[in-house]
Design a protein around this ligand. Structure first.
Ligand code: SIN
Ligand code: CO
Length: 388
């Protein structure tokens, strides 16, 4: 994607300008980001998804059993017929994993790394429905799918911002409105992390939220050190072979800290391990139980492909790749594989999630490493056979 071409999706600015001026910095309202947008799924289909065991869904009722009642799915079929006329919202997570047309929307966001994208959440709200004024710790693009929604934005928040005393939802106690817009289908609002926002349905309304993944500093440190510790033998310890006599045996001298800092720095600066951990972490699937594959022999894979089978990315899988010296690392749904540099184009094809078949795979099927990789990815569940 050429970053210097003005994009309708971004209101006529280029991806480079958007990243420079807005991304992670300030909100942007885009009228008709997707002109004449027609939602590929309607409220009934969304409600249908919320009945499914493997789908994460929530209902928020402003005037439920208590103010801002949260109910968690999966829901029973009659759950929706019992709802009041207004002031409730149904939210369904990761709709892109279940509806290919919703996954296609993500093609519009190819100017951002795919491993930064978390999922497409969808909400259906009855008139007046809202999840209350709140902030999120990640960037979001809010695309209006159907009906109208009134969006208000407010102040920048942080973990000190006062919240309503409420067990289920993080609703801001104070909302300092700075702007307000009514969004029509196809309009989109970009919000940076931590900006207070409050979207209230004007009529029956569907909203798409493209959300992003950003590990917290606490997650980076705890998960990376957990990962690292698997590779550290018990005998590797704090050492002080350079010690000198102490003047007070009860004092912790700063040279002890220097040794500790040295130990930390030595391991923290292991770039290969950091990259391996990061790629695995960022490609962890939301629903690992949906990333499972069949037992498969390479000959069977070849046979199927030769008979016209097509491989596609499992919509629940996440893929990314990187370089380490002459080699490549492929990250597939929380796992990593070190691969020879010659597989670069195959890795790109696999990660781009395009359909893979004999015509485009061509020579890769004759290559031992290439064939083995494809077979392993099918067995792992990251790639699967398309239905047709
Ligand atoms: C919604 O779609 O109702 C809420 C989305 C959000 O505020 O993040
Ligand atoms: Co939000």
């Amino acid at each position: 994607m050429n970053p210097d071409i003005p994009l309708q999706l971004l209101g006529g600015i280029t991806a480079r300008e958007f990243l420079r001026d807005y991304w992670q910095k300030k909100p942007l309202l885009i009228r008709q980001a997707i002109p004449d947008f027609e939602s590929p799924i309607d409220a009934d289909e969304l409600a249908g998804l919320a009945l499914e065991e493997e789908v994460e869904s929530r209902l928020v009722l402003e005037h439920g059993e208590h103010p801002w009642e949260l109910r968690r799915g999966p829901f029973a079929e009659d759950a929706f017929s019992k709802l009041p006329e207004r002031d409730w919202t149904l939210l369904v997570q990761a709709v892109d994993q279940f509806v290919p047309e919703v996954a296609e929307l993500l093609e519009n966001f190819r100017f951002l790394p795919s491993w930064r994208i978390d999922d497409v959440m969808m909400s259906f709200a009855a008139p007046g429905g809202s999840v209350g004024p709140h902030f999120d710790n990640y960037d979001v693009f809010l695309l209006q799918g159907h009906g109208q929604r009134n969006w208000k934005i407010g102040q920048m928040c942080d973990s000190e911002s006062p919240l309503l005393k409420h067990a289920d939802l993080r609703i801001l106690a104070d909302f300092e409105e700075t702007a307000e817009w009514v969004l029509e289908p196809g309009d989109m609002l970009y919000l940076p992390p931590r900006l207070a926002h409050w979207g209230v349905a004007v009529d029956d309304c569907l909203t798409y939220s493209v959300g992003f993944r950003a590990p917290s500093a606490a997650e980076v440190l705890t998960h990376f050190t957990d990962f690292l510790s698997q590779f550290l033998p018990d005998e590797e310890r704090y050492t002080d072979a350079d010690a000198t006599p102490v003047s007070d045996p009860h004092q912790i001298q700063h040279d002890a800290l220097d040794r500790l800092k040295g130990l930390l720095a030595e391991h923290m600066s292991d770039e290969r391990l950091l990259l391996t951990w990061f790629g695995q972490f960022m490609t962890e699937p939301r629903y690992p139980e949906l990333v499972v594959g069949p037992e498969l022999e390479e000959e069977d894979l070849l046979g199927s492909l030769e008979q016209g089978a097509v491989l596609i990315r499992n919509p629940s899988a996440r893929l990314a790749w990187s370089e380490v010296d002459e080699d490549l690392l492929l990250f597939a749904s929380g796992q990593s594989r070190l691969l020879p540099g010659k597989l670069r184009e195959l890795l790109k094809m696999v990660c781009a999630a395009d359909a893979l078949h004999v015509d485009n795979l061509g020579p890769w099927l004759a290559d031992d490493d290439g064939r083995n990789l494809l077979c392993e990815l099918v067995k792992q569940g990251s790639l699967g056979f398309a239905d047709e």
